[in-house]
Design a protein around this ligand. Structure first.
Ligand SMILES: *Cc1c(COP(=O)(O)O)cnc(C)c1O
Length: 353
């Protein structure tokens, strides 16, 4: 029998849709009188734009943030253009024309961007002011510029540099943002990301912009116990073999067996975002049984010691630990990096309920 139907992948990303919905609802509630939006840039932080947006729209989210114009078309399947904000704004007339044709709102970041938008005919937009991160955003000293005065600003926003720390910078940015509010008329105001929501109601204004915490990240201890894990990666065992004393494993023979052992080769490698730094001391799980990683992580595979699990079979799926704060702590990668480097070979499976 021949079938051109694509066989199931040996890498799965189970997305717990109800955890994602609940995380949005928790963040919406913690935002007090403000409503929570959702940052879905970078393919919803690696979770997958389709799975994530379906769950977020179902939960009640209305305001979506991406960085690039290329990220807009997939989102338009779920939400109207006016509910989509493009954080990088516009750098040329083609981007402005695209925004206007789709009714998507650019986040204007500079006098230069404002002039391009006005020149293209303008319309509702958002304005990002830089209150101290010195990255992307209008310097406060440019608030009075003529192209800025001509904008129809729907949401005036700013972005916190250190919301995940107890830093004096948070108060300073809050004060600077209040100065901007006094200077620019807008329909709504927005300052807080995930960590900013945990800083309290002073930071909430009308709209919050969580990203990380939607997907199970915990940027501040206040959110622990409230945010649930959303992403559950799983990888299949492809081969099981026996090693004897002196047999080495993988490139550069970085692991050498000291005794007889049973090892499993698993379909997960650095091309899937499982970078080499996560090898030493790392494990995959079979239910509660920890299987240590041996030797270097390859592009498409890793090898595990499965001596403790004689019942393990080729084709079985193993769980990749992905409680974000814990894995970040152990690996040295940020929770953001762990999510956004998840590769394209995972089959993303949305599980709701
Ligand atoms: C990415 C981003 C967010 C979301 O931040 P998290 O820390 O992931 O919650 C909010 N606002 C802006 C401007 C962003 O670039």
């Amino acid at each position: 029998m021949m079938s051109a139907e694509r066989p199931p992948a040996t890498l799965r990303l189970r997305i717990d849709g109800s955890a994602l919905s609940q995380n949005w609802q928790v963040l919406d509630r913690l935002s007090g009188s403000a409503r929570a939006g959702a940052a879905v840039k970078a393919d919803a932080y690696g979770v997958g734009i389709d799975a994530a947006t379906a769950a977020l729209v179902g939960a009640g989210a209305r305001d979506f943030f991406v960085a690039h114009w290329s990220e807009v078309p997939p989102l338009l399947e779920y939400v109207p253009g006016e509910q989509i904000a493009v954080l990088h704004g516009i750098g040329n007339a083609r981007e402005a024309a695209f925004a206007r044709a789709l009714g998507v709102r650019p986040v204007i970041n500079s006098v230069h961007q404002a002039a391009i938008w006005n020149e293209a005919g303008g319309g509702p937009c958002h304005l990002m002011v830089d209150s101290g991160i010195n990255r992307l955003g209008l310097p406060l000293s440019d608030l009075g510029a003529e192209p800025i005065a001509r904008l129809q600003v729907h949401t005036l926003m700013s972005h916190l540099a250190s919301a995940d720390e107890d830093s004096a910078k948070n108060d300073q940015q809050l004060a600077a943002f209040r100065d901007a509010i006094a200077a620019v008329p807008a329909r709504e105001y927005s300052l807080a990301n995930s960590a900013g929501i945990a800083l309290g109601s002073d930071y909430a204004f009308d709209l919050t912009r969580p990203g990380l915490a939607l997907y199970g990240g915990i940027p501040r201890p206040e959110l622990a116990g409230q945010i649930r894990q959303v992403v559950f990666p799983e990888a299949a065992v492809m081969q099981i073999r026996e090693l004897g004393p002196g047999d080495s494993v993988g490139y550069n023979a970085r692991f050498v067996a000291g005794q007889n052992m049973r090892v499993a080769t698993v379909s997960l490698g650095y091309a899937d975002g499982f970078l080499r730094a996560r090898g030493p001391g790392g494990v995959l799980l079979h239910q509660d049984c920890e299987l240590p990683i041996l030797g270097l992580v390859s592009m498409d595979m890793i090898v595990l010691d499965c001596s403790a699990l004689p019942q393990l079979r080729e084709g079985d799926f193993l769980q990749v630990p992905f409680d974000l704060p814990g894995v970040a702590e152990a690996s040295g990668f940020s929770q953001y990096e762990l999510l956004t480097t998840l590769g394209h070979r995972f089959e993303r499976v949305l599980q709701s309920g």
